[in-house]
Design a protein around this ligand. Structure first.
Ligand SMILES: Nc1ncnc2c1ncn2[C@@H]1O[C@H](COP(=O)(O)OP(=O)(O)OP(=O)(O)O)[C@@H](O)[C@H]1O
Length: 270
């Protein structure tokens, strides 16, 4: 059974159809990408899957169960976590604290335990810190654990966001343009991290990304949106040579498939 199964999903904003009849699935343990020119409907799609928006019609199943009608925190409890196009960290909190915040819903003893300073609470907090440290080590952020998040480089902040999203122990993580604003060296490092992340943390990955080199290198399955509609799906090789896809990209003047372009590297649009 796929981890995520989206069937004929449509989202209308007034007269504008941002997603039209989208059908897509993410297999367990896979890396799947959603690509498309600016304004194609990719972020809207993520917002539908995570409960930020409700579909006008269609069905969204997580491990076979509908999440339509659920609020974002309820969808999160079903094992879906995400990062955002615009980084959303707690800037005044340390790197470690940002990850611990992600973990909080997994701590069992609760407020009473904290107030009474019970040994079980302390043990749990200690375990959480150990787990957070493991995450930070994986992302090469451990040396910065006491640094305020706002003082990190842009690339490090992006990695911290992913670490925090993983701290909730999701089954599926949605990454919205993880490489946006990164330099080529940071992007290469991130490519390797994402590639190995699935196995390391037992998580399936769905990502939106404009950097075609990254997308082509790590994705097993790619879905292409254009003007709110799915125009293609397939493996990187199938997508690279698909005439509809080439036309959509050339028409938008956005990127050349298979190459990193300056235009895409600098994309930070909403
Ligand atoms: N809340 C909203 N209200 C009205 N229109 C919206 C809303 N959110 C998105 N849209 C519209 O839906 C369309 C798709 O936007 P969306 O942000 O999903 O595209 P995108 O593929 O993520 O683009 P980009 O790559 O530039 O981030 C756009 O025309 C956008 O203006």
């Amino acid at each position: 059974m796929p981890i995520l199964e989206v069937t004929n999903v449509t989202k209308e904003f007034g007269g504008l159809i941002a997603n039209k009849d989208i059908t897509l699935s993410v297999e367990k343990g896979s890396i799947t990408a959603v690509i498309g020119p600016n304004g194609a409907g990719k972020t809207t799609f993520f917002n539908l899957v995570t409960g930020v928006y409700q579909p006008t019609s269609g069905e969204i199943l997580v491990e076979g169960k509908s999440v339509v009608g659920l609020k974002p925190d309820e969808v999160a409890k079903r094992g879906i976590s995400r990062t955002f196009q615009n980084i959303r960290l707690f800037g005044e909190m340390t790197v470690l604290e940002n990850v611990l915040v992600g973990m909080h819903k997994h701590l069992k003893t609760g407020l009473l335990g904290i107030i009474l300073n019970l040994p079980s609470t302390r043990n749990e907090e200690l375990e959480a810190e150990k787990e957070a440290y493991r995450l930070l080590e994986y992302f090469d952020l451990a040396p910065l654990l006491n640094e305020k998040a706002k003082n990190l480089s842009y690339g490090a902040q992006r990695k911290l966001e992913i670490a925090r999203a993983l701290a909730t122990k999701p089954k599926l993580i949605l990454l919205d343009e993880p490489a946006a604003g990164m330099n080529p060296k940071e992007t290469k490092e991130l490519t390797d991290i994402i590639k190995q992340m699935g196995e390391e943390f037992d998580v399936s990955i769905l990502l939106i990304e404009h950097d075609m080199k990254l997308v082509m290198e790590i994705s097993e399955q790619i879905y292409v949106l254009d003007h709110g509609e799915k125009i293609a799906e397939g493996t990187p090789n199938e997508i690279r040579t698909n005439p509809k896809v080439i036309e959509a990209y050339l028409g938008s003047g956005a990127v050349q498939l298979g190459q990193r372009s300056e235009a895409s590297a600098n994309t930070t649009t909403e």
